[in-house]
Design a protein around this ligand. Sequence first.
Ligand code: NAP
Length: 247
Amino acid sequence: MKFSGKNVLITGASRGIGAQIAKTLANMGLKVWINYRSKPEIADALQAEIVAAGGQAAVIKFDATDEDEFIKGINLIVDTDGELSYLVNNAGITNDKLALRMKTDEFINVLNANLTSAFIGSREALKVMSKKRFGAVVNVASIVGEMGNAGQVNYSASKGGMIAMTKSLAKEGASRNVRFNCVTPGFIQTDMTEVLSEEIKQNYINNIPLKRLGDASEVAETIAFLLSDHASYVTGDVLKVNGGLYM
Ligand code: NAP
């Protein structure tokens, strides 16, 4: 994969899809900034693994919902590397329950964690990238933001909002040569889907044309494409990585 930029910040990168994105992009030659919120030992171990494999990686702690911390994090990266070429807004949470039982706080907290954090990151990245007239951002949304899901009104609203926000950002960023795209993973094997019962997982698999859950590496490769020079004419797009579950 060919990249004109040199570094990338990945939020929520200590485990799951984020960790795989970090490994994939480091392997392709980018310096990766591994953001974590808790568990520094996992983030440090990932950094060590990437460096041992010949890649460049740094660890950066902040809570992506905390505006001041996020801005300080991006400033630190720019002070260290002279630029931020790419951003992947990957940090996300779920807090599932039926709408009838969901408290307003439980709705708002998921929106903040998934959507507001991506807004803060996108806005700050756009400021920095505009100065260089170069950059790309990928927002990790979800199939659930496209098709809805019972028990996930908060999560689906956050991810549907992320898709719409990304298209608006793409229109604002285009004149500055900053691209914004989304991926919408289906059901990928991580801690987030580990909590689902075997019965629910099997139900999904029965409905997935490719007849399996996805692997984090399959999401990471798609993100790498969207960030790379190969996607230089792709902006405001939503790339599905879902085994055909939603077309
Ligand atoms: P995961 O295994 O639960 O990992 C989530 C990561 O996000 C963790 O590293 C977590 O850090 C971090 N995080 C959460 N809130 C944060 C915050 N405020 N600030 C910084 N980091 C934060 O989830 P995953 O499956 O890898 O999901 C990654 C992304 O893909 C999410 O946006 C998710 O919605 C999306 N997605 C996943 C699937 C799937 O099937 N797995 C499908 C569609 C979309 P801590 O360790 O500190 O909690």
